[in-house]
Design a protein around this ligand. Structure first.
Ligand code: AHG
Ligand code: MN
Ligand code: MN
Length: 397
């Protein structure tokens, strides 16, 4: 009996070794580490039984195929799958997203060691075009995006929160006609306290030659965006994007140095419990917004969450439902957030997930800016929750 037991165990062990070496060989195709095969015991009635080698073979092959497929679904491959094309345009967009991913990896790497390095945290002493004190990480992240697109042949202009005028890369222009608009670090006030941060991006096709260097063709509505998304620097680094065909999330696997597909076609719930707003501004808001906040205070089922980084607050809302608000104040009716590289890209993404984004009066994607750094109020999130805020703004209840 003991011998029999020994025999079957050693047989299983040798079979397992065999399967593991097959997995290793297969995974070399995409340079990844094999995952542990699923060795959970199967239960039969009330008794747990070890799997037979045959059933192990099935489940190991199955697990391998699934994990291989998952681990090989990188960002650039996903873009090509989405476009169902290998045309030069599709290749360009795929390469472009890959470069944005590279920027995200560089920023995430610096953030992960920020407390250990000299000259990473704190302010530069400069004030940007928005009148805000600039952090060293804002400058670093701004330069990272420029750097990854120099000599890329993909993007000929970059416009960011940190630069008064767009940055031109003329040598890219004969090939690439894209413009990248971005907020290099969203939630800068979280930088020095090791809290979540983000980057926001939007891609537009350049219209015309922009011969006067004023980039006036960017002053169009948000429907003109080709792609948009954000990178979230949290406990893990995630990249969430849309190219107008749903919303998809990727998680950076540090052991691979790759963004790997986490979830496809994310749908935002129609309603959620979270309202996310800086209530410190309560007495500066219009009465309609105050009334809405009084309404959530007296209504069961709401909970407040506000991190100081819109990307992370909106990511929570994308997953769990709810509404994020940055309304205008009586003194600054246009609010704080900028249209072209903050509110419009997030509006595009949340609409693609089945949600809504409005100023309270107009859909964000319909707003045509008059200038590059134009601000808009923002109410964004689940359809029903956005409609509720809208109704307070438009009807007073
Ligand atoms: P940024 O760091 O790019 O200037 O953006 C910060 C934004 C947004 O991320 C956040 O929700 C909000 O501003 C925080 O502002 P308050 O401190 O006024 O709440
Ligand atoms: Mn921002
Ligand atoms: Mn910023």
């Amino acid at each position: 009996m003991e011998n029999l037991h020994f025999f079957s165990l050693s047989k299983i062990t040798s079979q397992l070794e065999n399967y593991l070496s097959k997995i290793e060989a297969a995974t070399k195709n995409c340079d990844i580490q094999p995952d542990q095969p699923n060795l959970q015991p199967v239960s039969k009635g009330n008794t747990k039984m070890a799997k037979t080698p045959e059933s192990l073979e099935l489940s190991i092959n199955d697990a391998t195929d699934k994990s291989l497929d998952r681990d090989c679904t990188t960002l650039s491959r996903h873009v090509l799958q989405q476009l169902q094309s290998f045309s030069p345009d599709a290749q360009d967009l795929s390469a472009l997203m890959n470069r944005i991913g590279l920027a995200g990896k560089l920023i995430a790497r610096r953030l992960s060691r920020a407390g250990l390095m000299e000259g990473v945290l704190g302010f530069t002493g400069e004030v940007n075009v928005q009148g805000e004190s600039v952090k060293k990480m804002d400058v670093y992240a701004n330069d990272v995006f420029i750097s990854v697109f120099k000599q890329s042949g993909l993007v000929c202009r970059l416009a960011s929160e940190e630069m008064e005028q767009p940055y031109y890369i003329p040598e890219n222009c004969p090939i690439g006609r894209y413009t990248l608009l971005y907020d290099p670090i969203d939630g800068s006030s979280n930088t020095d306290t090791n809290l979540s941060l983000g980057s926001i991006f939007s891609i537009r096709q350049q219209q015309g030659t922009d011969s006067d260097g004023q980039a006036t063709d960017l002053l169009t509505n948000g429907h003109k965006q080709i792609a948009a998304g954000y990178i979230l620097y949290g406990p893990s680094t995630m990249l969430v994007y849309t190219i107008g065909n749903g919303v998809h999330s990727f998680t950076l696997d540090p052991s691979l140095g790759e963004f790997i597909l986490t979830e496809e076609n994310i749908k935002i719930p129609n309603h959620g419990p979270v309202y996310s707003v800086n209530e410190g501004n309560f007495w500066q808001w219009e009465e309609s917004i105050r009334e809405y906040i009084r309404y959530v205070h007296r209504t069961e089922g709401y909970t407040a969450r506000y991190s100081g980084a819109m990307v992370s607050d909106i990511h929570r809302i994308l997953v769990q439902g709810g509404v994020f608000l940055y309304p205008g104040t009586i003194q600054k009716p246009e609010g704080k957030l900028r249209l072209l590289y903050e509110t419009a890209p997030l509006a595009f993404l949340i609409e693609q997930a089945g949600g809504r984004a409005t100023t309270g009066l107009v859909n964000i994607l319909d707003v045509v800016p008059k200038k590059l750094h134009q601000r808009t109020p923002l109410i964004i999130g689940s359809k029903e929750d956005v409609a509720k805020v809208e109704s307070f703004i438009q009807n007073g209840h």
